[in-house]
Each structure stands twice: as C-alpha cells, then as structure tokens.
Design a protein around this ligand. Structure first.
Ligand code: SF4
Ligand code: SF4
Length: 442
C-alpha cells in the first residue's frame, strides 16, 4: 500500500534543491522596522505606542483588539518614529508602527528566561501564547490561542504538526525540522498538555527523508508522538488534505478541524509556541526562504519581524537577472509582489523570484472541456463549471456549485491547457461571497 494522501492534487516542479541544503542564517536588520497592526486574521491590533516612545525587544506595540485578534511585538529596541499606513506584501496599506532600531537589542524584563512547561496550567499556556502574539505562520495567520481553545478539550484526539511544506521552492520548514527538531517536539508536547486525550502526529511529505529520519529517531521515547510520512503531492499541506491524509476524516468549508477532533499547526508555529512557553521569547522572528532562479544566492533566513524585503534581497546577493515575476509566499498560493519596500510579517513564508513569468507568456483560449481541472481538484468540485459562473458573476450559481469548497490551491489553473484564470476568478468570487455574507446579503 502506498503512502497516505488525499484525492486530486498535482506534482509541480519542486525547485527545492536551490535552498534545501542551506542552513538557516540569522539576518540582522539594517533599516527601520515596520510592524503592521494587522498581520493576522481578525481585528487589527490596537496601537499601544506613539511617535517618540522608546521600545524594547519583546515589548507589545499593539494589543489584540477583539476575540479574534493578535498582539504585535517589537523585534528590536529603539524609538517609535510614527504610526502610519504602510504598504504590505498583500498589496494593501495597513496602519503600522515604525521603529528606528538602536541596534542594542535591549529586551523587556523576563525575556529569554527558561520555564518548565510542566509546571504551567492550561490557562497559563494559552495566555502565554496569546501574549506572545503567535498566529499560524504557515501563511494563514489565524491566532493560535483561539485555535488551541476549542469548545471541549477532551474531544480533541489528534494534534497534527503540518510539516508537508508542499509549496514548490520553499524550504524553511524543512530546515527547521532538521535544525531544531527538539524545539518542535517540545512545542508539540506543550500543545499535548492542553489536550489529555490527544496524540501528536508530525505529518511530513516523503520528499524530506532527512527530516523524517531525524524526527522519527527523536520521538522513539515520546509515547504520545509519531512521525507520519505522506505522499509528496501538492497541496498536501492544505489543512483539509493534511487531516484527510493523517486521519481519513473529511471537513468542508463550514467546519473547523476541531469538529473532527483535530488541530493542525505549522512547524514554525509549534516552535514559536515552545520559544514563548519554555523560553519566554514572544513571536519576534520567523524563518523564511529567499529563492528562485533570478536570485543570486538562494538562502533560508531567521529574520526579525518588520525587516524590509529589500534587505532580504540584498542579503541574498540581489537579482542574478531582472525577474519577470516576484512572489511573496509560494509560487502556487503566494501574492505577486511589485514593490520590495514591504516588511516581513508573521505570514511571510518566502520571497520567490523567477526570471520568466510563464503564465503571462501563454495566451488564454476557450475551455476545451478536457476535464483535467476536475481530476486535480482536491475540493472535489468542478472548476470547468465554476468558471462559467465566475465569468457571468453569477454568485448564486457559484455557491450552488460548491464554490466555497475551493481552497484556492491553484491546481486547476496549473493544469489547465487553456490557461484560464480559474483560481484567480474563484478567489474573487469567494471574497464577494464572504463580503455579502458579512453584510447579511447572502
Ligand atoms: S477549484 Fe479551487 S480547490 Fe479546486 S483545484 Fe481549483 S483552486 Fe484548487
Ligand atoms: S482544465 Fe481548463 S480547458 Fe480543461 S476542462 Fe478545465 S477549464 Fe476547461
């Protein structure tokens, strides 16, 4: 029997060889740091500082405002220059705190102090995670303290660490799994402390044998944790695909993983939980990959939040050749980036730069009804029909055809010989549907 996986999906060129053997390098910022107050799903954080204030590493710049929200923490010490809108990698301007780095890296009291997680209550652990500003670092940005607070702790039976990193070219999670496996297991054990009936499963695609080997070795004496190799296939790391691959349970767009007894957290998120709970270090840095055939020296970095993308590019030796396409995030689900003057935030997983924009070069044509999009769709929907509804802006039909089950993975666009902008159109329709639902119109 083959390895576990989900139905549908594709095998795009992986491109991981460019950076997978590059150990994570610490990159210290040079310029001002920019901290958007909204770098998570939910309400933007409320600013706690104003121009002229002195701040320390680990100090809260913004307070979580509302049930679904997250704090924003300073990654440097220095002076607040302003609180003003700044461009982010998502393409929108967001109110942000700008800090001039004094390069002393003086931290708040208690920063970095070791704690024994076993002495902490569930309440303590959830509160530390909230105060540390931790959100899903795989790109979703959902506040982690909320994810770890389901209705009933006792109904959760599986905590999945998402180590698939199925997006082509990205290697930051892979490097973390082989460079900081103890912290990963430490973080998973902290989560397991919250859910007495749960086991921990680290799901890893089988194109990362070194990570599977190291972690399997380490969990030998961890009775509640196993390593679960999964077939390499995009989007194996999607939450629904991961849950199905590991447990065989299915969820749809109106369900939460906790409805089927699961909680899924990305590798860097779990390590950030360990850092916050066991070492009193809030979320002030993340690991990301700078790569692509247009980058001089592809590399994985440990970078302080708020650092400019332009500094990442400079550290990687700049462009080898002028890129036609620059993406923040993975090539399948990331956003095209048109300005390097944006900061690293909690959801920045990578900077990928390509010499050629292959999509732009191929003209679109009419649908030839080949059905390939249907075969690859992990949402088990029919992109071929959905695109007709999207072209006619027919939201009712889009919803009838289960358009909200689309996870925007990009598989249909990737495989479509007519090069139709399938995923892009579905994203737009889904956004409209959500906006209408919020206004009570749908
Ligand atoms: S319709 Fe959505 S879920 Fe299905 S392949 Fe396309 S982008 Fe992915
Ligand atoms: S893959 Fe493209 S051309 Fe083929 S059926 Fe789907 S939309 Fe039509």
């Amino acid at each position: 029997m083959g390895l576990a996986t989900f139905k549908g999906g594709i095998h795009p060129y992986e491109g991981k060889e460019l950076s997978e053997n590059k150990p994570v390098q610490v990159l210290q910022p040079k310029g001002d740091l920019v901290f958007p107050l909204s770098q998570h799903i939910g309400a933007p954080a409320k600013p706690l500082v104003a121009a002229g204030d002195q701040v320390l590493v680990g100090q809260k710049l913004g307070e979580a405002a509302g049930y679904i929200s997250a704090c924003v923490i300073s990654s440097v010490s220095g002076t607040v220059k302003s609180v003003e809108p700044r461009l982010t990698s998502g393409g929108t301007e967001v109110p942000s705190v700008i800090v001039e780095n004094d390069e002393k890296y003086q931290a708040v009291d208690g920063f970095g102090i070791q704690r024994d997680p076993k002495t902490l209550s569930k309440e303590d652990i959830r509160s530390i995670i909230k105060e540390a500003g931790i959100v899903g670092l795989g790109g979703a940005g959902f506040p982690t303290h909320i994810k770890l607070s389901p209705k009933e702790d006792s109904k959760i039976d599986t905590i999945i660490v998402n180590g698939a990193e199925c997006e082509p070219y990205l290697t930051a999670d892979y490097r973390l799994m082989i460079e900081e496996p103890e912290s990963l297991i430490g973080g998973l054990n902290i989560i397991l402390q919250l859910f007495e009936n749960a086991k921990g499963v680290i799901g890893i695609e089988d194109n990362k044998p070194e990570a599977i080997k190291r972690l399997t070795e380490l969990v030998k004496n961890e009775p509640r944790i196993t390593v679960f190799p999964l077939k390499t296939k995009y989007p194996q790391g999607g939450e629904r695909a991961m849950i199905y691959g590991v447990t065989g349970r299915k969820i749809n767009s109106s369900m939460l993983p906790s409805d089927v007894g699961c909680i899924v957290d990305n590798v860097d998120t779990v390590i950030s939980i360990y850092n916050a709970v066991a070492k009193s270090i809030p979320l002030i840095r993340r690991i990301l990959t700078v790569t692509g055939d247009a980058i001089t020296n592809p590399q994985n970095y440990n970078v302080r939040m708020g650092t400019g993308y332009s500094e990442l590019l400079e550290a990687s030796g700049g462009f080898k050749t002028e890129p036609e396409k620059v993406i923040s995030g993975g090539p399948m689900m990331g956003n095209a980036l048109f300005d390097m003057n944006v900061p690293v935030t909690k959801t920045s997983s990578s900077l990928v730069c390509f010499e050629k924009d292959e999509v732009a070069e191929v003209p679109t044509s009419a649908c030839i009804r080949c059905g390939r999009c249907v075969t690859v769709c992990p949402g088990r929907i029919v992109p071929q029909l959905l695109i007709k509804a999207a072209e006619q802006s027919d939201l009712e039909r889009f919803l009838k055809l289960d358009g909200m089950e689309c996870c925007e993975c990009g598989c249909c666009s990737y495989i479509c010989p007519a090069r139709l902008p399938l995923t892009q159109s579905f994203k737009e329709m889904r956004k409209n549907a959500r906006e209408k639902a919020q206004k009570g119109e749908a």
